[in-house]
Write a protein of this length. Structure first.
Lengths: 240, 279
């Protein structure tokens, strides 16, 4: 089967202090093959992030199926896996990159990436080498390696975020608006990084605000209208 | 994926007071928050069940008086449970409810399998003993009799919690709150326990020391694979530390989930209020 198969997925939020239940997304269907890159575009508030966060289980899925072909567990429904299984998947198989960096305080850039590797059980030596490789790969100036990320620019924080997620070599990488609030030059850098990831065979789902940025990079682009993925257009596979 | 929890808690109850006809029945008792308006009995922990897995940090959040610390005290045998069961992963104790064990056996578990860091260092340290003596005390309780070995371990631990070694013979009463807390952590770790209880360890510490302590806890988890129960009312601390989180209210667990899910998609009305209060 495909790596990810989403069938009739829906998510609603119950807001107790308003005594209201608000639908966020409904009837979402799509399939993602291994090595593919799916892009989702759409207005703010249309429910794009809800889909990604539900796949990562930051949100509890309500209805439908989120079938994932796991290296460890076989085909499983991400809506139903146990918390411990999800923690395993997050550690070894599914990565998530948001536009925000939320990390341990007073920990250097280098240490953050190293810790991600140590937590996976890598040796100190492997972690050290891989960390430097990743930071170089994602074009973080070596002068920044031993400083704390709260001094970083938006683009640098984002690249660190991507480095922390990809250094674990996830099979599936979720990108939640990785280009939001970046200038044109930084966006171009992120685009190149995504291209590199794609070329190394990482399966990707990305949310983007601006459709132009996506052109030519995604295998499929979905347009998120109010709560539903209404249009799906195939774009040419990007050739490097 | 079959994993065996290192600590399994089932239906733990702790009440203060005898109970009466109004509140004696678990199923249909009418309580005001966690106490019976008729007889004043406080139900501090009501039917708590949880699993702690190898190497994980489980967060426990809830407002003051929700029963978090009482739960910790019961698990660490500082307080008697009213009823309930707990099992630890230890071949010698397999299938045995640790609450039913003799006080001698309980002490054995405390000394060999558990470490505890109290919110107030006064409870965890002898304030007028030397710091290194405090740590050695725990090691002796755990059966160590080799002075050279104990001193070496103590030094290593004090270094890892950033206590300068030239002050190791000093009494904790001379130390700042943050230093006392770090000595307490060193002591709790000195018997290499598979399970560590941390009760509001960063409460009252300044941000800089808090960052140190958080980093230390994460390092311990990563390098020693120790499982931890972390009680805190500070959601930011829980977000940094815990893999999974349970939310307590009026002595009961009302919600549990992955920490980011609890914070971003809380289900229970109370948890939503709690999360909306986050700065």
């Amino acid at each position: 089967m495909a790596m990810l198969e989403i069938t009739d997925f829906g998510k609603r939020f119950t807001i107790h202090h308003l005594s209201k239940t608000m639908p966020a997304v409904e009837h979402i269907n799509f399939t993602l093959d291994a090595g593919e890159f799916i892009g989702i575009v759409g207005k703010s508030g249309s429910g794009k992030s809800t889909i990604l966060k539900s796949i990562y289980r930051t949100y509890l899925p309500d209805t439908g199926k989120l079938l994932y072909d796991s290296g460890r567990f076989g085909i499983i429904d991400l809506a139903k896996v146990t918390e411990r299984q999800m923690l395993y998947l997050r550690k070894y198989e599914i990565g998530y990159v948001s536009q925000f960096l939320n990390v341990m305080p007073r920990t250097t850039c280098r240490q953050l990436v190293t810790n991600a590797l140590l937590e996976m059980g890598e040796s100190e030596e492997v972690a050290r080498v891989e960390t430097e490789r990743a930071l170089t790969h994602f074009e973080l100036d070596s002068k920044l390696w031993d400083s704390y990320p709260n001094t970083f620019s938006g683009g640098e924080k984002l690249r660190l975020n991507i480095a922390m997620a990809t250094v674990k070599k996830p099979r599936l990488l979720l990108l939640d608006e990785p280009t939001a609030s970046l200038d044109q030059q930084s966006k171009e850098k992120v685009r190149q990084i995504i291209e590199k990831l794609k070329n190394t065979g990482t399966t990707l789902v990305g949310i983007f605000h601006d459709i132009e940025f996506m052109e030519g990079l995604c295998d499929k682009v979905f347009d998120m209208q109010t709560r539903q993925l209404t249009t799906a257009k195939e774009t040419a596979v990007y050739e490097s | 994926m079959h994993e065996e929890p290192v600590l399994q808690v089932r239906n733990l109850r702790k009440q203060f007071g005898p109970g009466c006809r109004e509140c004696g029945q678990m199923d249909n008792r009418q309580l005001e928050k966690n106490y019976c308006t008729n007889c004043g009995t406080v139900y501090a922990c009501q039917d708590i069940s949880l699993d702690l897995y190898p190497g994980e940090i489980l967060g426990i959040v809830g407002e003051s008086g929700s029963g978090k610390s009482t739960l910790m005290q019961c698990l660490y045998f500082d307080a008697e449970v009213s009823s309930g069961e707990a099992y630890i992963k230890d071949p010698k104790l397999e299938g045995k409810n640790v609450f039913d064990l003799s006080s001698q056996q309980k002490r054995y578990i405390r000394n060999h399998s558990y470490g505890m860091v109290y919110q107030n260092p006064v409870h965890g340290l002898k304030m007028n003993f030397s710091s290194v003596g405090n740590i050695a005390e725990k090691q002796i309780a755990a059966g160590n009799r080799n002075v050279a070995d104990m001193e070496a371990t103590s030094k290593k631990l004090l270094e890892s919690v950033h206590i300068p070694l030239h002050r190791m013979k000093e009494e904790p009463q001379n130390f700042s709150g943050g230093m006392q807390q770090r000595v307490q952590i060193a002591k709790a770790l000195s018997n290499n326990p598979p399970v560590l209880f941390l009760d509001e360890v960063t409460t009252g510490l300044d941000l800089s020391v808090q960052a140190n302590v958080l980093d230390l806890i994460k390092t311990i988890q990563r390098e020693l694979g120790i499982s931890m129960l972390v009680v805190s009312h500070d959601l930011a601390v829980i977000r940094m530390l815990a893999d999974r989180t349970v939310v307590m209210l009026n002595g009961a667990i009302i919600e549990e989930g992955l920490t980011d899910q609890i914070l971003e998609d809380p289900q229970h009305e109370y948890t939503q209020q709690l999360v909306y209060s986050l700065l």
